[in-house]
Write a protein that binds this ligand. Sequence first.
Ligand SMILES: [Zn+2]
Length: 94
Amino acid sequence: MHLEQIPKNKVSYEKTRDIVNARFNIAFVYRRCDTCSICRELAVKIGIIQQTLQNVTSASDSQINVQLPSKLRMLNFEKEVHLKQAETFYSDIM
Ligand SMILES: [Zn+2]
């Protein structure tokens, strides 16, 4: 009985998006790539380094004090490039 009231032909995602956009002024927005495996991996690496740097006392280990900040800059750069690529990809297909 309940199933009989539901239309048999399914509406596509695109059609639903267009209708919702047009009638309700609600935009379908892709989140800025914060859930892909690359983002998660970078976030974990960045988090570990930040945590380590917080726990390092100023003169405890010069190698850590030199290497980690540069590694952190590299990872942040990598993340920025990745997000830009993702943004370009999504704006091209939308
Ligand atoms: Zn990503």
